[in-house]
Structure formats: C-alpha cells, structure tokens
Design a protein around this ligand. Sequence first.
Ligand SMILES: Cc1ncc(COP(=O)(O)O)c(C=O)c1O
Length: 367
Amino acid sequence: MDLKKFMSKSAKVGEIYNLDHFRMGWTQNVRRLMGNELVFPPSPKVIEAVKNIADSLNWYPEDILTDIELRTSLAKYSNLPGRADWITCGNGSTEIIDMLYEAFLDEGDEIMISNPDYSPYVRRVALYGAKVVDVEPSDQDFNYTLESFKNKITPRTKMVLISRPNNPEGHFISRDLVRSLCETGILTVIDEAYVEFATDTVEDMLDEYPNLVISHTFSKAMGLAGIRLGWLVACPEIINIVNHIRTPLNVNLVARVAAIAAIEDADYIRANVKKVKADREFFYNEIQKIPGMRPIPSEANFIMVNCKESGVTASGVCDHLLEKGYLARSFVNARGLPGDQYYRVTIGTHEDVVAVLSEIKAYVNAR
Ligand SMILES: Cc1ncc(COP(=O)(O)O)c(C=O)c1O
C-alpha cells in the first residue's frame, strides 16, 4: 500500500532531525561537550523533589493553564512577580518555538532568522508553510546591524527570531538592537536559552513592547535538559493566543516539581554559572595561544572557534577530541558557517577545559 499518499503537506516538507550526538553522549564513554548542557548534576533539592513525586506518577499532572504555582514561580524568576498570566510552558523551548510558529505563521508569511542560529528554528518553519529570510552578520565576530534586518522586511514579514546569546557562535545582540527590532512592529522573538551566562535579559522591555516575546529553558544554566521544560514570557494576549494551539498537559509532573525546586535553589544555579563563566574566559584566553585558533567572543556556556588559519580542519579537531574521549561539535558547511573551519566546545569542568586545550594543542603541533 502506498502510505505516502496519506502524508500531510507538513509531513512532506518535514525533515528528520539527526541527533546522533546525543546517542553517542549516552552510549559512549565520552565527556559531553557537544550540546551545551550543564556538566554539573541537578541541585540536591531538585533530586529530592523528583524522588518525592515518584510515587504519585500514576496521576496526570495539572495543565499549565491551572498550574498557578509553577507559573508564579517562573514569573518571579523572570522578574515579573505576581504576573503568572505572562507565562506559558513547552516541552523544552524547542516546543515553544514551534508553538510560536503554529500560533502566528501562515502560508506565505516570512520570518527573519539570523544566520547562523539554532538549527531547528529554520527546519521547522516549512511545516507551517512560511518562508525563512536569512539575516547575515556584518563581521567575523557575528555582530548584526539594524539595517541588515530592516532591509529584509517585506509586507509578509511577521516575525524575527534570534537567540541572545546566539547558538552556535555565542555573540549577544545589543539591547538597542532588540529595542529597534521591537519598534519595527513585527513579532520579535528573543530566545534567552543561555541568558544566565550573559550580562542582561531584555525582560524589562516587555511592558513597553507587547510584540516582544522571550523564550527560556531549564536545559542550560539550570542543568535540567533531561526534564524538557521551557517557558515563554510575553504579554497576556500573546500567551492566550499561544495557549490556543498548545497541546494539553504538555508539561509532565517530574518537570514541574524539578522546575519549582530548581528556582527555589537559585544559589545553586548562580554558583554553577560562576564556574562556567570563569572557565569560558580561561578557554577563550588560552585557545588563542594556539597559532591560528580564533575564538568568537561568547556570552554563553560554549565557545565556537574558527580554525581556518591553523592548518587543521574543524572536523579533524573534533575527531581527535573524540578519540581522546571529548565529544565536541564541528560545523561543516552548516547554515551560515561555510567550509570546515568552525567547531564549538561546551564549557565543562575546569579539568575538561584544560584537557581539551591540551589535546587541541597536541593535535595542531602534530600537523
Ligand atoms: C538557542 C537555543 N534555543 C533553544 C534550545 C533548545 O532548548 P530546549 O532544551 O529547551 O528545547 C537550544 C538548545 O541547544 C538552543 O541552543
């Protein structure tokens, strides 16, 4: 039977995302420096909360719409105390981005996305019949100008999406640029997945701009990638629109209790962030001492390096690191990252960083 004839338009254009690196992370004896996870375990308070809920897992959770405790806790963390109606949740912020597409993009609409950026952004747009418009950085450190966005706006432009700090290269667009994007009147989606590692959030602009939408995750600074929880912050009207398309009960019970406990133990998050930032600086300074290695300044928990001038390829560096037990990520002819010259290392423990630097140095010296 030809089952393809039943396929929807979305299924026909959808691509299966390759996540082999997570399989490798789980099944091989490697240090996971490929997915920008936190390498430290969750806070003991989170572990306790998860254990305590285990014998209630026969019950459905509450839906996020009635779960006022979780939303209140998230609103407080997002500097919006008492404003739980400014929050909704997703199964990871990856789902949040999809929810925004489903809620706002129609056939033929355009969405501007910085190039490069988090790769699922681009792949998912076609499912909703919309079109990605690439916006290019203006220099080799991946800075952006307002003009590069403005020049691409057409009557079909509905949304602009950018991660701040940006994955995969780590740069942090200025507050002024965010403000100017909001002032264009299009939906301005800022993905703050890595914001705890950076200097500031733009959440304080939410009152001024009802078209500003901010996405967050528990997967990075909170060290809870496994619970799959992201949250969206925007004015109540936007939240209400998104809730129209949200899958019911999309936040599971384990995620809910872990999230509340993680936020209550904010000191633990801050302590881990402090360690990562110190080692990010260390890595940034040290990698430059290896001839031809040019790190991109990063405000996130990873550093991308351009090795074009070093005489080795990015995939060569990553293959070597893997042989030595460190799983990093190379980008070979990826969107916005041409050639085989960019690799990215998640900042792990200090020992990880020291070992990775020493292995890269040995690899370059041996060429
Ligand atoms: C910019 C950015 N946004 C979102 C995500 C996905 O986060 P989540 O685990 O919440 O789906 C990632 C993951 O690497 C990311 O880099």
